[in-house]
Design a protein around this ligand. Structure first.
Ligand SMILES: [Zn+2]
Length: 98
């Protein structure tokens, strides 16, 4: 599909309808796979087009959320692991003393 052939007014209308109705919005799981780079090429292209060229505010918001969750999820996991190590070490020390 060539963007040049599309009437700008029609393109605007299509984009507006797309945004209003969320036509063809990929499922959040698909967006997540897209972020992880695990989508097949065709689907990845569609999602990239949907996010970038149709600038779907809904999906871009979902992607932002997923990115934030991803960034936020890493630290607590590390801290959780450290806490568990500290707790098991403390338990082992207590057992040694008793
Ligand atoms: Zn969308």
């Amino acid at each position: 599909m060539k963007g040049d052939d599309v009437d700008p007014d029609l393109a605007l209308t299509v984009a507006a309808v797309w945004r209003q109705e969320r036509i063809s919005c990929p499922h959040p799981n698909v967006l997540q796979s897209h972020l992880q780079g695990s989508l097949p090429a065709g689907a990845a292209e569609f999602v990239a087009f949907h996010l970038r060229d149709s600038s779907c505010p809904y999906c871009n918001a979902v992607v932002d959320d997923l990115r934030a969750q991803d960034a936020g999820a890493r630290t607590p996991q590390l801290e959780d692991l450290r806490d568990r190590l500290l707790r098991s070490t403390a338990a082992a020390l207590r057992q040694t003393r008793a």
